[in-house]
Design a protein around this ligand. Structure first.
Ligand SMILES: Nc1nc2c(ncn2[C@@H]2O[C@H](COP(=O)(O)OP(=O)(O)OP(=O)(O)O)[C@@H](O)[C@H]2O)c(=O)[nH]1
Ligand SMILES: [Mg+2]
Length: 1103
């Protein structure tokens, strides 16, 4: 098959029934790009000898160097099966966790996916992740079990063992799909029930429409009724291919069924059903029988399929038996070139034979066209999901919007069909690489003209040289000899440079047409993520969140190349130029304002690694800012922000991602020298219950408590009682607060952290209520909040926490963090944070009545003080986590004729200054009796905020403080030989092994471990180096963990002195982290620089 012409592809695009949009998904290094190479080679785009070596779709330099894919890229291929011609829009995606956002962008545009699993490694963490992503987007997968050659050459399994091994892998993959399916069915059921309930409440449902209404409870969980036959991977279903992408072969059992049915005279259908499974061939009876395993017979799959491949490998690679090879080639009907058969590397011959006998591209492309849906087969479920943004029900959308569903289903390319396009990411291309700027091949005529011109120039030059040689007129010669004098040589690049700079890189949108025909120069609406079609249909322009833009150019994506197109019909993947002004990362485009924006892409990775970036030369700051803006647009996952401190910060998903972003900034976006800070590692501060043992595991008495308490310095306004209650009076002595810090149980912290979004909604509802509005919350949110409340009640048990949940005053920092402010003030009644829920539920009586007391007006100041205290803790100004501040005392001493109350509300905190100065405080307490005194301490509410903040900080310090570190989990696969070294590296980096198990059927161990983010930089590299590339871990953020050592610890007991010495300067990890953060933030670090002045000397001299 030659290079498919552009016209052919244009024609194919018009027939959506024969278009397949699909992506290749797998764990890192399972062979996606290698397989893609074989498919690309089948179209003659690259030579088939180079397939697997070129990794054509890894077009970036760093991808080639590192050997991993970092960006997903697309290519359109032609495949002819029988009489049918198919167009395959193939997207290769990266497997590394750091780039999982690229997978999300790819999956959205596809209808199907090829999931690859390494035959040796089996199902890995990313395999599960990509299966889940495919599932969430409702796209159908097919399976390729790749690298089967490794079973032969590396693991040296027999064909029988390999069969058992393959069965296990298939089971593993199906187990993942199965669990996804079950959870989906259960979820569906929950949604259905909720809807039924809502509909019942609305009372507009006819009994006939609600078949389950008579049933009291449906125990079946719906699992039995759901059709899952399509779901599982099974070779006899035709959705599994066994392959070795590197050696160029692959097959599905259909192929073997056909081969053997001719040879053995058994019907192909029978073979198809029995080739995979517990069947064997009874040669005497010429029958296929069941029960191979029980009878100790060779299963058909081993006998008819694997044995052939095993003996081929044996003959070609292991024994290099020329005669046998000849014979085999004869029987397979394969011919190879002499240079292949004489090649010193037997693999060359092997892949030459295999790629003719069982070409992997045929097997995979056939399966894809046969099993994966075309754009016409889009399910209505998927369409409804795509259009139901923000958990809105599809049926609640405007009618015109609902009607658009038919446009999706029809996938029509009529002129009347509305255009619907989704852009899933923006990528950058060199303007020079755009087809309109590229040199097109010259026609015969043009070539002739050029030749003529060159000839002329040549003769002129010759004449000129002759002139100069004969010494006539030096000045003249300069003008006639083109481009030979040094002066002109220098002139040339000067002229070229500005042009080069003008040639910027441009953004191309990675998109798909869902309906209608996209034409070059067409104008479309761009729906912002918050756009509401109801508004768009009702309002006159300007409609909020709706913009208009022109699609300047359309491209066919061909891996490294782009081809220009005039129009793209529905159902195809394409590139669109000219959208960079109106699309940031992704967007929904349409000609119909009734279309809602598609639901946002679901990203699996959370950006966690932050670095501050600076240009090497400060004057280049504007370039950096522009570059970072471009990077933000071009990367689905990277975040770019300017911190309060003015630093430009880049947040990435991991180390490899960071490296790629920095390279991109340097070379493409900013094109300047930049320097990046060391990664900024986040920490959290917390308090714990007093430890029972000291550092040498000795029982602790009271002394520790005393030592801790002495860290707080008392003054005349600050008082600390031995139980840890801190009482603080404002400078004007009008208010006194007493605060105690209590560690929250771990489960509560976890729960609060996981419910941040819910709590934020709760806070918004509370805010709305205070302002006299109501916030409409869906029943789902209300229920979730009630569940949260009751779970908190269950977790906060014991005397200390009596009624605690109802007394919650606020969450913090930022009003939704994992810390609690508790109202334990005797006699102070205020509505709890849950109050707004009760109102929403219509139980008005339930809420506590707002107390009309004067101190109520200052309620907000206390909350603000708490927010400030939790935002940055006393250890190193990092946010707090898992701390409860219980306010046990709040006394106010008001001057009697206060007229204005200067409470602080979130919105107008500025307006309070005036009110205070007008109201001379006549505090009854000594020292504050003079009215003017108040002024010199500033506004009262400000003082109260500061007092609460300080009280919280001191209360925090009165407890044993600890740092919390962000932790990664990682799974490392290693062989027994390198296991020890893996443990060594983990140990050195404070990692902890959670689990170690042997992978069935292999000699690999899987180690699950956690590792502090702070210790993770260079971890993957180190592991790879120490194990000679055998183990390569991927790090995924998992949770926060308390570091057990106390940063402020000094030896106090006899044993501790003995054990650690007087200085106790053996590494205190927590102290090291804390000082690191303090130094970065420019805070005071308590450190001895010179330990023993007089003893410092060069050791070697005094030996
Ligand atoms: N033995 C063997 N090695 C293979 C096979 N297929 C791919 N490889 C090797 O596996 C390594 C990774 O291949 P890639 O195609 O880059 O893997 P990938 O899935 O694209 O990796 P990422 O894109 O980084 O996730 C390369 O060294 C390939 O040569 C195979 O069938 N057999
Ligand atoms: Mg790849």
């Amino acid at each position: 098959m030659g290079h498919t012409s552009l016209d052919k592809i244009k024609a194919l695009q018009k027939n959506p029934a024969n278009v397949r949009n699909l992506c290749i998904l797998a764990h890192v290094d399972h062979g996606k790009t290698t397989l893609a190479d074989s498919l690309v080679a089948s179209n003659g785009i690259i030579s088939s000898r180079l397939a697997g070596k070129l990794r054509y779709l890894d077009s970036r330099e760093d991808e080639q160097i590192r050997g991993i894919t970092m960006k997903s890229s697309a290519i359109s291929l032609h495949y002819a099966s029988g009489e049918k011609d198919y167009l395959i829009n193939l997207i290769d995606s990266p497997g590394h966790v750091d780039f999982s956002s690229e997978v999300s962008t790819a999956v959205r545009l596809c209808d199907g996916a090829i999931v690859i699993v390494d035959a040796v490694e089996g199902v890995c963490p990313q395999t599960q992740a990509v299966l889940r992503q495919a599932w969430l987007e409702n796209i159908r997968p097919v399976l390729v079990i790749n690298k089967i050659d490794r079973l032969i050459m590396e693991l040296k399994l027999t064909s029988q063992e390999a069969y058992t091994h393959l069965q296990k892998i298939l089971e593993q993959v199906n187990a993942v799909t199965g669990s996804l399916f079950t959870s989906k069915v259960l979820e569906d059921r929950a949604v259905k029930e909720e809807r039924a309930e809502e509909d019942k409440e609305e009372g507009d449902i006819k009994p006939a429409e609600c078949p389950g209404s008579e049933q009291v409870y449906d125990w079946s969980a719906g699992l039995e009724d759901s059709d899952d036959s399509q779901l599982y991977f099974s070779p006899d279903q035709g959705n599994v291919v066994f392959a070795s992408a590197i050696d160029g072969w692959g097959f599905s059992i259909q192929q073997f069924a056909q081969i053997h049915s001719q040879r053995m005279g058994i019907r192909a259908e029978v073979l198809l059903k029995t080739l995979w499974g517990d069947f064997y061939l009874n040669a005497k009876a010429k029958k296929i029988m069941k029960g191979a395993h029980a009878k100790g017979k060779k299963p058909l799959f081993v006998q008819l399929v694997l044995d052939n491949i095993w003996s081929l490998y044996d003959a070609v690679v292991t024994r290099r038996d020329k005669e046998k090879i000849e014979k085999m080639m004869m029987s397979l009907g394969v011919k190879v070139m002499t240079r292949d058969s004489r090649h010193s590397d037997p693999k060359v011959l092997l892949s030459a034979i295999c790629s003719q006998w069982l070409p992997v591209s045929q097997a995979v492309l056939f399966m894809v066209c046969d099993k994966l849906p075309s754009p016409l087969d889009m399910t209505s479920e998927r369409i409804e999901r795509l259009m139901s943004v923000g958990a809105r029900r599809f049926h609640s959308l405007p009618l015109q919007t609902q009607e658009l569903k038919t446009a999706f289903m029809q996938c029509s390319s009529d002129d009347t069909a509305p255009v619907i396009v989704f852009v899933s990411k923006m990528f950058m291309v060199d303007a020079k690489a755009l087809p309109q700027n590229k040199q097109r091949p010259l026609t015969q005529e043009e070539m002739g003209q050029r030749r003529e011109l060159a000839r002329q120039r040549h003769t002129e030059r010759l004449a000129a040289i002759q002139q100069t040689e004969s010494g006539e007129g030096n000045a003249q010669s300069g003008s006639t000899t083109p481009a030979t004098t040094p002066g002109q040589m220098q002139g040339l690049p000067l002229k070229a440079k500005p042009e080069e700079e003008e040639e910027k890189e441009t953004f191309v949108a990675f998109a798909r047409v869902y309906s209608g025909v996209v034409r070059r120069g067409q104008k479309v609406f761009v729906m912002g993520p918050k756009y509401d079609p109801a508004q768009g249909l009702a309002c006159l322009p300007p409609v909020p969140h709706l913009a208009c833009c022109t699609m300047d150019s359309l491209y066919l994506l061909m891996g490294r190349e782009l081809e220009e197109l005039e129009e793209v019909p529905s159902g195809n993947v394409l590139g669109i130029g000219g959208l960079e002004e109106c699309v940031l990362k992704s967007a929904t485009l349409s000609t119909s304002p009734a279309l809602p924006p598609f639901i946002p892409l679901n990203f699996e990775a959370t950006p966690i690694v932050r670095v501050a970036i600076e240009p090497k030369h400060p004057s280049e700051m504007p370039k950096l800012v522009r570059g970072m803006r471009l990077l933000n647009q071009a990367d689905p996952c990277a975040e770019v922000l300017i911190q309060e401190t003015g630093e430009h910060v880049l947040v990435t998903a991991g180390e490899v991602h960071l490296q790629r972003c920095l390279d991109d900034l340097r070379e493409r976006f900013a094109k300047i020298e930049i320097s990046a800070s060391k990664p900024i590692i986040p920490f959290r501060e917390t308090v714990i219950r007093p430890p029972k043992v000291d550092m040498v595991n000795e029982d602790l008495g009271k002394q520790q408590k005393v030592a801790v308490i002495h860290q707080v310095k008392e003054s005349d306004t600050l008082h600390l009682d031995p139980s840890g209650l801190v009482t603080l009076t404002t400078p004007n002595r009008q208010a006194t607060v007493g605060v105690r810090a209590i560690p929250l149980p771990e489960e509560v912290t976890l729960l609060l952290e996981g419910s941040a979004d819910l709590i934020r909604t709760l806070e918004q509802a509370g805010q709305a209520q205070r302002e006299g509005r109501t916030l409409d919350m869906s029943t789902w949110t209300l229920d979730a909040l009630m569940v949260l409340k009751s779970r908190l009640e269950v977790l906060l048990q014991g005397r200390k926490w009596r009624n605690a949940v109802d007394r919650i005053w606020a969450f913090g920092p930022r009003r939704y963090g994992p810390n609690i402010l508790l109202n334990s003030v005797e006699g102070y009644q205020r509505p709890s944070v849950w109050h707004c829920l009760e109102r929403e539920k219509g139980e008005k009586e339930g809420g506590a009545k707002a107390e009309a007391s004067a101190i109520r007006d200052f309620d907000n100041s206390v909350v603000s003080g708490f927010q400030l205290a939790t935002l940055s803790g006393p250890m190193c100004e990092e946010p707090l986590m898992g701390v409860c501040f219980s306010v046990e005392r709040w006394d106010m001493n008001f001057p009697t004729q206060r007229t204005h109350l200067d409470s602080v509300t979130e919105k107008d905190s500025n307006s309070l200054d005036a009110s205070v100065s007008e109201s001379p405080g006549e505090g009854a307490m000594a020292g504050a009796s003079h009215g003017r005194l108040v002024d010199c301490y500033g506004p009262f509410s400000g003082q109260l905020i500061a007092a609460v903040k300080e009280a919280c900080r001191h209360a925090f310090q009165a407890k044993p403080q600890r740092l919390m570190a962000a932790m990664y989990t990682c799974e490392i696969m290693a062989t027994a030989e390198v296991l020890g070294r893996v443990y060594g590296v983990l140990g050195k980096r404070e990692g902890r092994v959670l689990q170690e198990e042997m992978k069935e059927g292999t000699e690999m161990f899987i180690i699950k471990a956690v590792l502090p983010v702070a210790e993770s930089f260079g971890f993957a590299d180190e592991i790879r180096k120490r194990t000679s590339g055998l183990a390569s871990p991927q790090l995924v953020f998992s949770h926060w963990e308390v570091i057990s050592s106390d940063p402020s610890w000094v030896p106090t007991t006899e044993e501790e002195y003995l054990h650690f010495g007087e200085k106790a300067d053996s590494a205190n990890q927590a102290l090291k982290y804390m000082n690191g953060v303090r130094r970065r933030k420019g805070l005071y670090v308590e450190e001895k620089i010179v330990e023993h002045g007089e003893k410092q000397r060069t050791l070697s001299k005094n030996k």
